[in-house]
Design a protein around this ligand. Structure first.
Ligand SMILES: Cc1ncc(COP(=O)(O)O)c(C=O)c1O
Length: 444
């Protein structure tokens, strides 16, 4: 690290709270981005295989222009008439299934999930919420409790039902088990029964259909629909947290839940929606929105402001104009094939799961036992990639999963670069072991 970066790091550590973490022992100091590339202070470029927030690519000119134009004209809030926010709500309603066409705009994924759970509790009269073990949904007081990866299990409230994620590689039911969807859904049924016994009832099941923090999973086809049926039969709602899985991320469909054939009651959207600008949303049915409005007031100063709405509209335009859903599907298929081919050649890769432009490589010390590599080893792999110009992440319940989740403008030539560098890193890589228990919430 050069002296200037060292000084900046010291200033940062005295002026920012210790909760802030930096990726890499030798942090990357980025100053510019374009498409799938980011550049550091020395002009070194890195292929961004990690960041989903700049969904349509870093500094997309159309998004930047939309932001600048509206910021130069007017920025207020939703208590005045403005076309942008209405256009945006209509656009989202048109690409969501069923009656999901009534929006409330917020600024972060956390706020979206917080509001979604408030809505579910208000309209169902129940209090319990079901999430997966080692989930992440955000960081407010309420949503922080729903993020089981962020605090000790002993502090969980009794209104929280925590179920095993549907991990068909290393979960309690795994290949070659039969009827895994039914078996994992039965765990949701058990959690619903427990919440009923405690007098909370189940207000909602909150599900991220990429299962990012669980290590990027492909659930059995019928798992989500069976779970949804159970929760609805007990008067609860299905909230699909599309902060990770939405916006074409998983290829083939715009939304993650569509891969599982359900129409949720509430959808929450965040990160990719503004390609870096903080804009997020809750979308639900007119009936649910009306039932909530009868009992609760909701206003969000910045949510749905004209500038954020202009940015979000520009992101949707770029997705259409550049056919990024098709790209996520086709480039994602190339990426998946390439990663599987690498997995076949290296003992350390236990399995590859994912779809579209979101993949996880579950790394193991030994194929037979599926014992996860230590967090320290996973970090070493990510760090070696960084030194070869590739930004990737680490995720999963055991922090052993290499996470690949590039901007949607990732193309086959970028897949080639990533695979070449990953191959070079894995060739001869020896796990050393180390701190297998990662710090809580220390997702990369
Ligand atoms: C699935 C999921 N939901 C919600 C959030 C919270 O979003 P935000 O950081 O914008 O509050 C995250 C953030 O990582 C997430 O991954």
């Amino acid at each position: 690290m050069n002296t200037a970066d060292d000084q900046l790091r010291q200033r940062r550590s005295t002026s920012l709270a210790p909760s802030y973490q930096l990726f890499y022992d030798e942090p990357v100091h980025l100053v510019r981005g374009e498409g799938v590339w980011v550049y550091d202070t020395d002009g070194n470029r890195f292929l961004d295989c990690y960041n989903n927030v700049p969904s349509v690519g870093h500094a997309h000119p159309q998004v930047v222009a939309a932001l600048a134009a509206q910021a130069g004209l007017l920025n207020t809030h939703t208590r005045y008439l403005h076309e942008n926010v209405v256009d945006l709500a209509e656009r989202l309603g048109a690409i969501l299934p069923g009656d999901l066409n009534t929006c409330i705009f917020v600024c972060t994924g956390t706020e979206a999930n917080d509001l979604a759970v408030q809505i579910a509790r208000t309209v169902t009269g129940h209090h319990g919420v079901i999430v997966t073990e080692r989930s992440y949904h955000g960081n407010s007081d309420l949503v922080g409790k729903l993020s089981t990866d962020s605090y000790p299990a002993a502090e969980r409230p009794d209104w929280l039902g925590v179920v095993e994620p549907p991990n068909t590689y290393r979960g309690p039911f795994h290949v070659p088990d039969q009827d895994m969807g039914q078996k994992y859904a039965a765990l949701v049924g058990d959690a619903i029964a427990d919440l009923a016994d405690l007098g909370h009832g189940a207000a909602a099941m909150l599900v991220d259909t990429s299962w990012d923090s669980n290590g990027v999973l492909i659930a059995p086809d019928d798992y989500v629909s069976r779970s949804a049926e159970l929760i609805r039969a007990h008067g609860g709602l299905v909230i699909s947290d599309e902060v990770q899985s939405g916006y074409c991320r998983m290829g083939r469909h715009f939304w993650g839940h569509m891969h599982y054939g359900i129409v949720p009651d509430i959808v929450t959207i965040g990160k990719p929606m503004g390609a870096g600008h903080p804009v997020a949303a809750v979308v639900t049915t007119p009936e649910i929105a009306a039932a909530f409005a009868e009992r609760r007031n909701y206003f969000n100063t910045f949510g749905g402001n004209p500038v954020s709405a202009a940015v979000a509209l520009a992101v949707l335009d770029v997705i259409d104009d550049e056919q990024l859903l098709d790209n996520a599907t086709s480039t994602g298929a190339t990426l998946g094939l390439g990663l599987s081919e690498i997995a076949n050649r290296y003992e350390i890769v236990g399995t590859v799961q994912g779809r579209g432009l979101f993949w996880g490589l579950d790394m193991v010390n030994e194929q037979a036992t599926r014992q996860p590599i230590a967090y320290a080893d996973a970090k070493r792999i990510a760090t070696m990639l960084r030194h070869r110009g590739i930004l990737a992440g680490v995720t999963g319940r055991y922090s052993n999963v290499l996470k690949i989740r590039p901007p949607l403008v990732f193309e086959p030539e970028h897949v080639g670069i990533l695979l070449t560098e990953l191959d070079a890193v894995l060739d001869g890589f020896e796990p050393l072991g180390g701190d297998d228990a990662r710090a809580l919430g220390a997702e990369w």
